[in-house]
Design a protein around this ligand. Sequence first.
Ligand code: FNR
Length: 186
Amino acid sequence: MNKKIGIIAGSLRKESFSKKIAAEVVNMAPAGFDFEIISIADLPLYNQDFDDEGNVPQAYTVFRDKMATIEGVIFITPEYNRSVPGVLKNAIDVGSRPYGKSIWSRKPAAIFSNSPSNLSAFGANHHLRQSLVFLDMPIMQQPEVYIAKVSDCFDENGNLSESKTRDFLQVAVIAYLELFTKVIGK
Ligand code: FNR
């Protein structure tokens, strides 16, 4: 059976570059793998009372059930104020609870950060890494994926027209799947 990898973009914006990268990456799955974009758009802000009082929003259940079927995750994140956008951090928090039932544990992960600026969301990349280490996700170390000047990579139709970036993403996907296979097996 094909291994299932989730692709999560850390932006809700219609024209989000992170979502456009996710749309490219989802088509890069080699034989033996299914890539699927997982939406985090409908998740209410995490409130521990929901879990403690057994009053969990339907959107949490949908997200947690979907993630239970996913064996690895590629995060594609922009940077907000030198950190992870709140919407992505919220999804991570929702998936991490209730205590002892985290949907992230032991799932291999990769982080692809991007920014229209030169700094390529380094801050968000490493803040996200910090959370994923705590969540016990084996994370791809190399190549590190920082996409700078992301606004120059797409044409007017939203296609990734910059071939070097496309090639690099493909290399990174393959490296990630090597890590995935080492951790999870075939
Ligand atoms: C930004 N942006 C930004 N960019 C960056 O490189 N470092 C940063 O710290 C920030 N901070 C920041 C805060 C907030 C609240 C917004 C709305 C934006 C700019 C950001 O990189 C740009 O809007 C991207 O296009 C957002 O990613 P998506 O939506 O294109 O995926």
